[in-house]
Ligand binder design. Structure first.
Ligand SMILES: [Mn+2]
Length: 356
């Protein structure tokens, strides 16, 4: 309930006396609920969790005791009656909503049927979620450990003749066998020239000697996402590949090592731009990293225009990448905890070039 109290404080500052939460990760963060198709209404006078018949029992078990669990009137998720009942009961006059989540259609229905002043808000819960507490860090640590272990178990299968799809399947099996509840996001395995695709889908082409092979993946553990990338070479690396790899490895480590509480959000990007040689700089992808937690991509986002300030407890990815269309690309990515004096890497898989 500490988290809801904090949210109510930030609502007061905006002169809002209630808020409707529709975002699934925000609801999970505030209530402990792990399902979907639900809404949460918070106010100082009471909080209600609205859901349908599929989730009432689960919500009864998971949602904090102080929050009433209520099944939609007539099972109508967007019907006004359920909301009106609690807006009246909690005497809400100004209801905040998440402007980047609520659809235009639902907003219109509310405006017509609920008769309360609707106030657009953005990022209120997300900004709380930026700073992870001890329990969240420990869940992220587990998700990252599973990811490290799964990649290690996949190493013997990474060789000439295997396909990207087969490697993705093998890695996903290993993630689950090591205890992941699910994969964190669609596994990316790309080889050869296809490595320039950044987020391409694994295909059926067979790996050949001399290919770069890029992995970007993670474990989902109790709602928390790991996110990491590694690039290998099949057989012997060429001089050019080795040089390119070393530059990208050094860019990543220098950016990671710069992290600490109080630093401005665009600083690691400046470091990376200083490490990457002139010839590659036009192919540097400017999204250097992102927050990671209940969502695989969440605030803060690290790029050259970021003006947030790093704070202890933020967990971010660092993933400088260079992608040359028709030639290939690579990134090394780690999930990293920002601390008071520096950083702690949560993913540990070796970063030195591996020729497999
Ligand atoms: Mn990432």
């Amino acid at each position: 309930m500490e988290r809801i109290k904090k949210l109510i404080e930030s609502l007061k500052e905006k002169d809002i006396d209630g808020m409707l939460i529709s975002s699934r990760p925000n609801i999970a963060y505030l209530t402990g609920f792990t399902g979907d198709a639900s809404r949460l209404m918070v106010s100082e006078k009471g909080c209600v969790f609205l859901t349908d018949g599929r989730y009432t029992e689960q919500a009864g078990n998971e949602v904090h005791d102080e929050i009433e669990v209520f099944r939609w009137i007539d099972d109508n998720r967007y019907g006004e009656e359920s909301y009106r009942k609690f807006i009246d009961e909690f005497r809400i006059t100004k209801l905040g909503f998440e402007s980047d989540v609520m659809t235009h259609a639902v907003h219109r229905k509310f405006r017509e049927g609920v008769h309360v002043e609707l106030v657009s808000t953005e990022g209120l819960v997300e900004s709380q979620r930026m700073i992870k507490d001890e329990n969240e860090v420990s869940l992220l640590r587990t998700a990252c450990n599973i990811s490290d272990k799964a990649l290690e178990l996949t190493l013997p299968f990474i060789k000439e003749g295997v396909t990207e799809k087969e490697l993705a399947a093998r890695l996903e099996l290993n993630l689950k066998m090591e205890g992941a509840d699910d994969i964190s996001f669609k596994t990316i395995v790309l080889a050869g020239k296809r490595t320039s695709l950044l987020h391409g889908n694994p295909g059926s082409a067979r790996l050949s000697k001399g290919d770069f092979v890029q992995f970007d993946f993670g474990a989902l553990y109790k709602g928390y996402h790991a996110d990491m990338s590694r690039t290998f070479v099949i057989g012997k690396a060429s001089g050019e590949q080795r040089e390119f790899y070393n530059v990208m490895q050094s860019a990543e480590m220098k950016a990671v090592e710069s992290l600490k509480s109080g630093l401005k959000g665009n600083f690691p990007d400046r470091i990376v731009r200083n490490v990457i040689p002139e010839q590659y700089i036009d192919n540097y992808y400017p999204g250097l990293g992102h927050g990671v937690g209940l969502e695989v991509h969440e605030t803060p986002f690290m790029k050259n225009t970021s003006d947030f300030i790093f704070q202890a407890g933020m967990v971010v990815t660092v993933e400088p990448g260079v992608y040359v269309p028709g030639w290939g690309g690579m990134r090394i990515e780690d999930t990293t905890l920002v601390t008071q004096d520096g950083y702690e890497l949560l993913t540990h898989f070796p970063r030195d070039l591996m020729e497999l």
